[in-house]
Design a protein around this ligand. Structure first.
Ligand code: AHR
Length: 507
């Protein structure tokens, strides 16, 4: 039977610049939750453990992803966390109830250990402070502990704990999802706005070089969105450098075409937050432009039911261990494209999370390590999506789905890496039945050749990976070609793709 094709068109030009891509959009997140830390990054009895108890097999895979910044320690957990519990001699650290996840926190790993681990994976730390049960004092003391050079109570304590040099943590989150009813110490927009502004003021007095993230809504579906953003920013606008966005999707109705269109919701969410920030900017007659930190994004729904069955107050229980499918990986690819297309305002983003907990990397406690399906679009976009993001003019056939109208079959993002003189096209074909032929006019990239076309495809949208087998992994395609400065990209049905082009053919 002949292969059915749809056709789309794109125009790419060097001058269609959106923005330099801030590499921090490829950030991630490790929460003291489930097996992210214990049995994930930290397992002193593991055969690959280093002198600090960190699993080197995990370190190697995280390094592969080139994750530039990692948010820590939460998440919901931070809203009842005493950071002081996690410093100093391990044997003196208290065990605490983690109310957010109904687990037992041993505090074996805390601030200093996490900073040590982050260095090993070449990442910066993005630290969140507790604005649920605590406030100004705990936050300013933590900044002093981490960033002050010495000669004060908290900075001397850091030195006594073995860390002579300051940790130099640049980016700080003013709490986590403070609009959510599930959050310990949930606040109204007014309560949060005032507390966040005063905390920010004190933190910046301790270290004026830090950057602060004001809490936005915990999702576009929150009833208080976007009024929460408008009201909180009235208070935090002058102190904060970013506002946060969080969003997770799931194919709960088993409707793949609709699910794959979820990145349109993400796009709309970002646009609405930008509009709200700019409204406050205008209202305040401010010269400053608020940037966005999309510091939690991913697919999260597979593990919801099994998490109900977890025994409360256990140590490092297997919580939020979603096993991702091929279609999840395609959506993750589109979410990354969406971040790139907004790189003029989204300057930080964190895939939530990194190891074991809704994660691209999975470990067995005491055992091996493996890559989830979503590892691949994250890997390729992080490694090759650096440079200048370019607008592209797109003409694609469209479809309607349960929640969305006019969904383009083609979803794309384009990055020009000036340093390597490399043009990179990330493209998703949302069509479940037909391949998509995309004629891409690469006018200002005359003489460029295809270095590689990487494809992630599978006949089964529900295909998964595991420690035993890898059903979903990328392969090279030689079907795309260039003719008269037109790049003809051949995108298989339901697929994620990366095409890299260069003038000289060496990769
Ligand atoms: O990433 C899992 C959880 O999702 C985080 O703890 C919380 O911030 C969000 O609701």
């Amino acid at each position: 039977m002949a292969l059915k094709s749809n056709k789309a068109k794109m125009v790419i030009d060097k001058t269609f610049k959106i923005s330099d891509v801030d590499s921090r959009i490829y950030g991630s997140f490790i929460e003291q939750l489930g097996r992210a830390v214990y049995g994930g990054i930290y397992e002193p009895s593991h055969k690959t453990a280093d002198e600090d108890g960190f699993r080197q097999d995990v370190i190697e895979l995280v390094k592969e992803l080139k994750v530039p910044i990692i948010r820590y320690p939460g998440g919901n957990m931070v809203s009842a966390y005493n950071w002081e519990d996690g410093i100093g001699p391990r044997e003196l650290r208290p065990k605490r109830l983690d109310l957010a996840w109904k687990s037992l926190e041993t505090n074996e790993v805390g601030t200093d250990e996490f900073v040590t681990w982050a260095k090993k994976v070449n990442a910066d730390v993005m630290m969140a402070v507790n604005l649920g049960t605590r406030g100004i004092d705990a936050a300013r003391n933590l900044v002093e502990y981490c960033n002050h050079p010495g000669g004060t109570y908290w900075s001397n304590l850091r030195k006594e704990n073995g860390f002579k040099d300051p940790h130099k943590i640049k980016v700080w989150c003013l709490g986590n999802e403070m609009d959510g009813s599930w959050q310990i110490g949930q606040k109204t927009a007014y309560e949060y706005g005032r507390l966040a502004a005063e905390t920010a003021k004190a933190m910046k007095l301790v270290d004026p070089t830090i950057e602060l993230v004001s809490c936005g809504s915990s999702g576009s579906g929150m009833p208080t969105f976007p009024e929460w953003e408008a009201e909180t920013l009235e208070h935090t606008y002058d102190y904060a450098d970013f506002i946060s966005l969080h969003q997770y999707y799931g194919n709960r109705n088993n409707d793949t075409a609709n699910y794959l269109a979820s990145s349109l919701d993400m796009d709309n969410f970002i646009k609405t937050v930008i509009a709200t920030c700019d409204y406050i900017k205008a209202k305040k007659r401010s010269k400053k432009t608020m940037n966005l930190s999309f510091d939690e994004w991913n697919v999260w729904f597979h593990s919801n039911d099994q998490d109900e069955k977890i025994e409360p107050w256990s140590i490092a229980p297997p919580l939020l261990e979603d096993i991702y499918t091929f279609e999840d990986a395609v959506l993750v690819g589109s979410m990354l494209n969406t971040l790139l297309k907004h790189s003029d305002r989204v300057k930080i983003a964190c895939m939530a999370q990194l190891v074991n907990v809704i994660a691209p990397i999975m470990t067995e406690t005491g055992g091996g390590i493996w890559k989830q399906t979503i590892f691949y679009p994250y890997y390729y976009t992080s490694v090759y999506g650096r440079g200048v993001a370019l607008h592209s003019l797109v003409d694609s056939p469209k479809y309607d789905s349960r929640d969305f109208t006019d969904v383009p079959y083609l979803d794309q993002a384009v990055v020009y890496n000036e340093e390597n003189d490399e043009l990179v096209v990330f493209a998703v074909n949302r069509n479940l039945e037909n391949q998509l032929l995309v004629d891409i006019d690469i006018r200002s990239f005359e003489g460029y050749k295809i270095i590689e076309h990487i494809v992630l495809e599978n006949d089964n949208p529900k295909a998964i990976n595991s420690i035993e087998y890898e059903q979903v992994k990328p392969h090279l395609s030689n079907k795309s070609y260039i003719e008269n400065d037109i790049l003809v990209a051949v995108l298989p049905k339901l697929s994620w793709n990366m095409l890299r082009l260069r003038k000289n053919e060496e990769s």
